[in-house]
Design a protein around this ligand. Structure first.
Ligand code: URP
Ligand code: ZN
Ligand code: ZN
Length: 645
């Protein structure tokens, strides 16, 4: 059936998904790697895709409430009780089960070549697996080798994802070296012209991807200037290199060597180092795949010092552990090899969950980077040659629910925050993604009881091994809707190859950058010891700093954006000078650099909801009712008042 009907169905029995014709609506990779695009049938391109989800328990990061959701043209048109909708609408009865914003996986590697091996999943099979698990957006990486153009690499990845991806996706571009005048200019172009708002930096993989401290600092400075978020693989590559040589000399060649070459403190040291550098440069930083208690604790310590640092554990760290590296079966042990390694300390998972629950860590990724057993076998005689990576894009939500929501460590709202909303806020996609509200993309999941055991033989990834093999889960996605279309239900997957869109991400997500820009106003102190500043102040036309001075007697040297030293007067040979301070308020069209991504204020003078300037805690269920600046409360807490709250 290709047409939509007004048939009413339940979450357990959704019909009429036009699946029959979907399979023909694909773009096929040809043998030479190029794509020959076949046309998507007209009913799938139609602007008339209308879906009503009835009787759902809507879960956002700040509220749970009973309501219907009406979707048209891939957008949520209305959320509310007993919605009245036009005829000819496909109706899905959620049967009182949860309806969640589609998951956002902050960390995947599809179609990647890494450690001389090619991942088993490309953007088709990988996003298909994502949808089967309730994830409707993935954040992937453009891997670049030294000497390659970042922009060319980005374009190559786009050519391998556009036309294949079944769900929406973004990219972060890996910076493998910093060449002044080249790397910074390419970063500039990627942010301003290509919708990149985040770069990945490696502190491990010495001689291949690892950046040294001075280059890390240069990239952090550039990121701060651009309002782009550095996401960091934090492990000390020099120590790992030493440990690998030492272990191999001792005759250790198996996967247990991988674990022992990368102890927890090697991860924690790098977290402390990068958070210190980022704080000094006044740049936020995001640590990917936080895989140990020590690294999580180092993030907490950094946050206590005032660093703006965010942390992402992964499904593998929550649902598996590092005892598997000692398994007698080489394939089993190698199947768990990833970096940083999973930890044999079995309390790690609970520790990471507690950090998520308390807000010290904010998101969960999968780091889905799957290699077939035959490719892992490259490291049969040398653990350091085993391609690093595990699965998780399909299992991420189910694992977190099982390990954290079921035992009562997280409630469903926190689950939504961690699996979707926080990522949308951090990477500037909110409220388009990460929220069920009028105007948001219609990416949603009906989530309910679905007891089953995870098995490689049933998973949707092309991989032949599953690190969660044998894990019993109780809840899962019953129906998944991506861009307004049912892509998964009790009859399985009905994906459309190539229907996923690249999501350009604007820089300067206010969640991250508001406080950074404010911190730029806290200026270093220079003591006037030669009286020159007093003379200057007596000249009426002399431009003065426009920021308050601390303390009043000090002369300030304002930090400038960009690669100029933060404190010019502290650089040897630089004459003392006074810099007029012109820090632009953030988030204006002008200083964003990517005007196309910003819609300016609404008619009522508030920020347009399609621009992101929400923080992790501030969203309210009536956010869509714009223009309300004050609420008169009849019976406020603590007694009646006639004042304006
Ligand atoms: O082992 C891992 N994590 N493989 C993927 C590459 C990376 O470091 O994220
Ligand atoms: Zn990494
Ligand atoms: Zn990764």
């Amino acid at each position: 059936m290709a047409t939509l009907t007004s048939k009413s169905t339940t979450a357990a029995a959704v019909v009429d998904t036009a699946a029959a014709s979907v399979t023909a609506a694909v773009s096929q990779p040809t043998t030479n790697g190029t794509l020959s695009l076949k046309k998507i049938p007209i009913h799938l391109q139609s602007s008339q895709n209308r879906v009503l989800i009835k009787n759902g328990k809507i879960v956002n990061d700040d509220a749970i409430f009973k309501a219907d959701i009406y979707v048209e043209d891939g957008i949520i048109k209305d959320v509310g009780p007993h919605l009245i909708v036009p005829g000819g609408v496909k109706t899905i009865d959620a049967n009182g089960f949860f309806v969640l914003p589609g998951g956002i996986d902050t960390h995947t590697h599809m179609n990647a070549t890494f450690m001389n091996a090619k991942t088993a999943d490309d953007f088709y099979s990988g996003t298909r697996a994502a949808l089967a698990g309730g994830t409707t957006t993935i954040m992937d990486f453009v891997l670049t080798e030294k000497g390659q153009s970042l922009i060319e690499s980005f374009k190559k990845y786009r050519s391998q994802s556009d036309g294949l991806a079944c769900c929406d996706y973004t990219f972060r571009v890996v910076i493998p070296e910093f060449i002044k005048g080249k790397t910074d200019s390419e970063m500039d172009t990627l942010v301003r012209e290509h919708g990149i708002n985040s770069f990945k930096l490696f502190m491990a993989y010495k001689d291949v991807l690892m950046l040294r401290d001075d280059d890390l600092i240069n990239v952090l400075i550039k990121c701060r200037q651009l309002g782009a978020l550095p996401v960091v693989h934090a492990e000390n590559g020099d120590i790992i290199d030493y440990n690998i040589r030492k272990l191999k000399n001792m005759g250790i060649t198996g996967p247990e060597g991988h674990l022992q070459s990368r102890p927890e403190e090697v991860e924690a040291e790098a977290v402390t180092r990068i958070t210190t550098m980022a704080n000094q440069v006044n740049c936020p930083v995001y640590i990917v795949h936080v895989n140990s208690k020590s690294a999580a604790d180092a993030i907490v310590e950094a946050r206590k010092r005032g660093c703006l640092v965010y942390g992402e554990p992964i499904a593998a760290g929550i649902g598996s552990d590092g005892t598997h590296y000692f398994n007698k079966c080489w394939q089993h042990a190698a199947g768990h090899v990833m970096s940083p390694p999973l930890r044999p300390d079995r309390s790690t998972s609970e520790h990471l969950i507690n950090m998520l629950a308390s807000g010290q860590l904010q998101t969960i990724g999968s780091d889905h980077c799957v290699f077939k057993t035959a490719d892992k076998a490259r490291g049969m005689k040398d653990f350091s040659m085993i391609p690093n990576g595990v699965n998780g894009v399909e299992e991420r939500l189910m694992i977190l629910w099982e390990k954290a929501v079921r035992p009562g460590k997280l409630d469903p709202r926190q689950f939504v925050a961690i699996t979707s909303t926080n990522a949308a806020k951090i990477f500037n996609l909110y409220p388009r993604k990460g929220r069920l509200a009028k105007g948001s993309d219609a990416d949603l999941v009906i989530w309910g009881p679905k007891p089953h055991v995870i098995r490689a033989e049933n998973h949707n990834s092309n991989g032949d091994f599953n690190i969660f093999e044998g894990t019993q889960v109780s809840f899962g996605p019953l129906v998944v809707i991506s861009n307004g279309r049912v892509v998964f239900d009790e009859n399985g997957l009905h994906v459309v190859q190539g229907s996923g869109r690249f999501l350009p991400c604007a820089p300067n997500s206010s969640f991250l950058w508001h406080s950074i820009r404010d911190r730029e106003r806290t200026l270093p102190i220079r003591i006037d010891r030669d009286g020159k500043d007093e003379q200057q102040q007596q000249q009426p036309n002399q431009q003065q700093p426009t920021v308050p001075r601390t303390p009043p007697t000090a002369t300030v040297a304002a930090a400038q954006n960009g690669n100029t030293p933060l404190i010019p007067s502290m650089v040897p040979g630089t004459p003392p000078q006074q810099f007029p301070q012109t820090i632009e308020p953030p988030y204006t069209k002008e200083n964003m650099g990517t005007p196309n991504f910003y819609k300016g204020t609404t008619r009522s003078g508030v920020r347009n909801l399609q621009d992101s300037s929400f923080n992790l805690s501030g969203a309210q269920i009536d956010d869509d009712k714009i223009g309300k600046t004050a609420i008169r409360v009849q019976n406020p807490p603590g007694g009646r008042s006639s004042g304006i709250w």
